[in-house]
Design a protein around this ligand. Sequence first.
Ligand code: ADP
Ligand code: MG
Length: 254
Amino acid sequence: MTDVVVEARGVIKNFGTLHVLKGIDLTIRRGEVTCIIGPSGSGKSTFLRCINQLESLDGGYIIVAGEPVGVKLKNGRVEAQSNVESARSRENIGMVFQSFNLFPHMTVLENICEAPIRVKKENRAIVRKRALTLLDRVGLVSKAQTYPAALSGGQQQRVAIARALAMEPRLMLFDEPTSALDPELVGEVLDVMRGLADAGMTMVVVTHEMGFAREVGDHLIFMDEGLVIEHGNPRTVLNSPAHDRTKQFLAKVL
Ligand code: ADP
Ligand code: MG
């Protein structure tokens, strides 16, 4: 039984002539929290989207929970996965975006139950019970029958986290989950994420919250222009960055 949840090697992604990811290597082990920082446009979101199969790769490979992303081996040859196969491996991964993307016409409870019932064909009563447990975990049981429009941004993002967890993923990806929030609502979302980390969830978090990265992160990665420039212990990277580009970036954001 391997402890490696994500193994990315030489990941390349181009959009036409734009070289967005130029060979990303990353290993993530079970229970680890990896934070990714870097300037706008450095490829952070694209990398998360590659892990989650929302983008195809132009080079390299990514293995998530023992399964190659987007490809399969058949008779010793690499072939593209079918849609059904890629949907199945994507069930291992939960993703939370900057914009909460809740279904506006569904209650909070319906939002959380939708994918397990429709995609995984799970039993409705079991899913509902799990959803209520998850709502308790994010502090929103009292909002189960509420529609998203009646919630604050922080509450909507906590529901989005619960919704991702309802699929029982082995890996959670967060893409700037607090960037769209009013400052006073950031803490409640970070608290939920911290609880998740404490409970042993494997997480990759793209964030500008350096305090979170420092306190919760096991690893900190600085990306610039499609490359991992620096990778280390968050305290070390933040306190004494080794590379000039990291220093320049931190001087702007800290
Ligand atoms: P970050 O999340 O670090 O800000 P992104 O991964 O969103 O960076 O974007 C990296 C680069 O790729 C940017 O120059 C962006 O404009 C470009 N890009 C991202 N997605 C697409 C796309 N679907 N088509 C074309 N260019 C894209
Ligand atoms: Mg981004």
